[in-house]
Design a protein around this ligand. Sequence first.
Ligand SMILES: NC(=O)c1ccc[n+]([C@@H]2O[C@H](COP(=O)([O-])OP(=O)(O)OC[C@H]3O[C@@H](n4cnc5c(N)ncnc54)[C@H](O)[C@@H]3O)[C@@H](O)[C@H]2O)c1
Length: 272
Amino acid sequence: MKLDGKVALITGTSSNIGGGIAEGMAAEGAAIVCVDVKPDNAADCARYIAASGGRAIAAACDVTNQHQVKAAVDQARVAFGGIDILVNGAAIFNQKGVLDMPLDEWERQIAIILTGTFLFTKHVARLMIEQKRKGAIINIISSAAHQGQPNNVAYCTSKCGLLNFTRSVAMELTPHGIRVNSLTPTATDPSEGIERAVRWGRKMPEAERIKQAFEPFRKRTPMQKLPSPRHYAKAAVFLASDDAEMMTGTDLRVDAGTVARYWAWDPAASSR
Ligand SMILES: NC(=O)c1ccc[n+]([C@@H]2O[C@H](COP(=O)([O-])OP(=O)(O)OC[C@H]3O[C@@H](n4cnc5c(N)ncnc54)[C@H](O)[C@@H]3O)[C@@H](O)[C@H]2O)c1
């Protein structure tokens, strides 16, 4: 197994992408610390991994609160001895443009995506250095970080900021043997997240409506299908593993070709 004996702390462990990455890393042998501001998302993710034979704990934590971040890092150290892998995935979606975005909502979204990643990276990297662990940090981006999506100003701005946060911190931590990379997902097929939520014992009355809402995204994707959390999990396992030992400061896109697409090309038209 690629992550045998490793400990991974993952922020934002909903049943969608964070839950998928947590399960994918657990399947490769890592012990998982599931971190989420919603205690149920941390607890359900950890409980399912533990019930499947893995090792996992839950930490309820707001990534913007430094005291809570330090407590979650300490919880990981006490439970599993330290941290080898950090995945910064906690985020909120709030599609508003510069004309309509209230200041407090702008500040909150930027705080969760940028400051939350800064705080966890700071405190986990300090522990890795103290313990001389050659760790790996993975920041979750979005295709919206690479393109000018209208009316999503705080999300596009903060996710783009994470691209250069990744490069800057990668350079800073290289002397300590810590690699820092990012992973770019795109609009994600909701089916797997819905199935995971049901496995976690949740009711999903809106499942069909959610699946239909993603159909327009699928049609604009060069591969004419959307990635699922398990595809991101494979990429995250790769970035965290020794297979990526010579990679730092890189962004790995698992986006079915969306960022590479020529702007005027309609993939749905040419596939007919
Ligand atoms: N779903 C997509 O289509 C998509 C596309 C591109 C990128 N992404 C990125 O992937 C990641 C996961 O997305 P998702 O679709 O699974 O979203 P999600 O909303 O299902 O999960 C995000 C999780 O972050 C948690 N969170 C929010 N604020 C927090 C805080 N202050 N402290 C701790 N946890 C907090 C939420 O409770 C939730 O569990 C995000 O970084 C997102 O930007 C998602």
